[in-house]
Design a binder for this molecule. Structure first.
Ligand code: PLP
Length: 458
């Protein structure tokens, strides 16, 4: 292993050239994109940290797996491979493949939620909450308060506040709560993990009240690695053992294979209850496809099955966490305000602090993401007021966290790339006083952050 940091536990077999642009070209490009990094052409991006979703580099084994695709309409052998992997690693009985994570969220929400229900969660996620609300539920945030404080150092900042959870049960009644959505890790809190102790306690309250525990397990391996690093009694356990235990407290899970599945597309809904599975198969044929492929090709199911195993390898996951921390520490040392502790998949810049002269409804995080692109061609993502959207009354949600996410794709960039990112963020920080906010020129009704357009304020 390297001296100052752990070098890559892989070597490069194929390369992809990336575009180099001038500042003038980037100024033009961001204007054309309505100051929304989602609307930039990837050809105009130098280092793409928009997301870790579907941006993974697959291994030679996974590419070989693609050749084993059995593209039968029904009963593909790759479905068995995927099902076996999920049963083996996660311990769930049933698997419904979907085109990606939100496909699983759609089905889960439809088969469990009734109009007027409540779904508690350890902080919301955009698509997850959208599906819950579209099916008539009200989302209630039950994450610990510390998760909303970007500077508070807590080893398991994604934990559920058990008192908040119990208070919701007392307030609305357990029969109005079909399930608790437990995200491992919590994306919008900065990739923060949930401890095993907390998972266990959540399961206990839920069982007692007849509430299901449904995990949003998109980044379950990152969560497991944090448990191994930080939780008493887990240092000597393997990632696989920790993963297995985590899921032993859940009734089901939605998975986006585009993250810890180490693939570019795909996902699934995993369940233990045969009746729920039957309901899910009745719906998957409407929204995705036959239950034995759902939203995926045979070859994609093969690749995700291999990816799940590779993801659980200790060398892989420890290097990933180290890479993310390397970037975070560089920024921290330069005094740049970031969310602490540094999470699993990304470094989050605290834009409220960074641009403390820009009010939240002039979109400081959106502004910072646009400026970072112009500075160096690095693409990042707003995770603040624009992502939070509007409530039923039509007013902005004002989230406490107003962040820019620098998301590290898996097995894609080197430490040299991360140095470029750090240097340009530090440069922007030095010149922060000159920045001006933005205003909407187009605002879509749901999930507005994807396609909204802005204009620079004078
Ligand atoms: C990405 C993500 C989803 C949705 O998955 P998609 O594959 O993008 O549809 C759900 N929850 C969390 C926490 C995510 O990060």
């Amino acid at each position: 292993m390297g001296k100052s940091y752990m070098a890559e536990p892989y070597k490069i077999k194929v390369v992809e050239k990336i575009g180099v642009t001038t500042r003038e070209q980037r100024e033009e490009a961001i204007k054309k994109a309505g100051y929304n990094t989602f609307l930039l052409d990837s050809q105009d991006v130098y280092i793409d940290l928009l997301t870790d979703s579907g941006t993974n580099a697959m291994s030679d084994d996974q590419w070989a797996g693609l050749m084993k695709g059995d593209e039968a309409y029904a009963g593909s052998k790759n479905f068995k491979t995927l099902k076996n992997a999920v049963q083996d690693l996660m311990g769930f009985e049933y698997v419904v493949p979907t085109h990606q994570g939100r496909g699983a969220e759609n089905i889960l929400s439809q088969i469990t939620i009734k109009e007027g229900d409540y779904v508690p969660g350890n902080m919301y996620f955009t698509t997850t909450r959208a599906h819950q609300e579209m099916n008539g539920a009200t989302f209630r945030d039950v994450v610990i308060d510390e998760a909303h404080d970007s500077t508070y150092e807590h080893p398991f900042k994604g934990n559920v506040d058990l008192d908040k959870y119990q208070a919701l049960i007392d307030e609305v009644g357990a029969d109005k709560i079909p399930y608790i959505c437990l995200a491992v890790t919590v994306n919008l809190a900065g990739g923060q993990p949930v401890s095993m102790e907390n998972i266990k306690a959540v399961a206990e309250i839920s069982r007692k009240n007849g509430i299901l525990v449904m995990m949003d397990c998109t980044r379950f391996v990152e969560n497991a690695a944090f448990i191994k690093e930080r939780e008493e009694g887990y240092q000597d356990k393997s990632i696989k053992e920790i993963v297995k235990e985590m899921f032993s407290y859940a009734d089901g899970a939605t998975m986006s294979g585009k993250k810890d599945g180490l693939v570019n597309i795909g996902g699934f809904l995993a369940l233990n209850d045969p009746d729920l599975y039957t309901k899910a198969t009745a719906l998957v044929v409407v929204f995705e496809g036959m239950p034995s492929y759902g939203g995926m090709t045979g070859r994609d199911m093969e690749a995700i099955a291999i990816g799940l195993y590779e993801s659980c390898e200790y060398n892989y996951i420890s290097h990933r966490l180290e890479q993310v921390r390397y970037l975070g520490k560089k920024l921290e040392e330069a005094g740049v305000p970031i969310v602490k502790p540094i999470g699993g998949h990304a470094v989050f810049l605290d834009a409220k602090e960074f641009y403390d002269h820009i009010p939240q409804d002039e979109f400081p995080a959106q502004t910072l993401a646009a400026n970072l692109y112009v500075e160096s061609g690095v693409r990042s993502m707003e995770r603040g007021i624009v992502s939070a959207g509007r409530n039923k009354e039509g007013n902005h949600y004002y989230p406490k966290l107003e962040l820019v996410r620098l998301t590290i794709p898996r097995r894609v960039y080197t430490y040299a790339h991360l140095d470029v990112v750090a240097d340009s963020v530090i440069e922007l920080y030095k010149n922060r006083k000159n920045a001006k906010g933005l205003k909407f020129v187009y605002e879509p009704p749901v999930l507005r952050f994807f396609t909204a357009r802005f204009e620079l304020l004078k």
